[in-house]
Write a protein that binds this ligand. Sequence first.
Ligand code: DAH
Length: 344
Amino acid sequence: MAYKNREVAKAARQLKARFSKLKNQRAILRAPELLALFDRLKTLPSDERASFGKEVNKLKQELEAMVSEANSQQPTTNNQAIDVTAPMDVNANRPALLPVDLASRHPITSELENILDIYGRMGFTAVESREIDDDYHMFGSLNFPEGHPARDDYDSFVTDEDLLAPAHTSTMQNRVLRAGKKDLESGQAIRAVIPGRVFRNEDVDASHSHTFYQLEGVYVDEDINVGHLIATLKTFLESYWEQEIEVKTQPFYFPFTEPSLELTISCPFCAKAGCSICKHSGWIELLGCGMIHPNVLREAKIDTEKYTGFAWGMGIDRLVMMKHGIEDIRHFHSGNLRFLRQFQ
Ligand code: DAH
């Protein structure tokens, strides 16, 4: 096709010469020479614009025709059978492993390992939580009456089948208690920690995410009281922060504990002098805990005359943010390499 305008003719020559060499031939439609002609069109006085525009459009159409012609010549089928049930493309070459030295451990993974290691040495077994659950484990087994307003604090995502994305790791309490009942009756305490990913209907900002991590802890035996609860948490915290930590409790409300407490710790960064991390108060509210409500034990068929226990739930993200000075919780799920590579 001949072009009267010299600029268009020149671009046409260049583009056609390049076309056959391109792997992705459709890319010719976004070639800089073509885009430059459209840009130029906008700058022309109106009397020149019509004829120039016609030529540029003609060139574009010619290129489009070349692309569709080339595509129609490509074989659209091959004779190999495709296994549509295979978990990967069995027709493709096997992917090579990515070089390990480019990877780094996610800070949540590393810290969780550290946390589980400390609890492991304290005699706690780690149990995995689950990421889809039901109303009974989320509420019913935890002494939340039907329609009770406390349920609103745990607003989460629900499927059409009425399954839900758990809003806390306490969903695992009933399972852990039921599984441990036999051991308990043969004289062994129930001691479990349950890390897990949890989900909430949350307005997202630097310190709130719809997806975050918690660690639940459960301890049941004969003659267990609040003193055991506080000593256990203090032991963990001092090991985690590698220093002496003071703890304070204040009354709180959770349907699944009685009494319910909020545990506050002395700031590990300023020894209570006041700093930006503890918002200049010297103290940090860290977690919820309490003595397991008899209704929760009863629901797991545990004899409440004989056994008592405590439980706690701690947010992991905040702990990791504090430890590493991370200012925005959204970094954790961002996949941003500039963030992740700092933990290599
Ligand atoms: N599940 C509570 C929450 O996410 C935290 C919690 C509080 C867990 C007290 C416990 C507990 O096991 O005893 O807000």
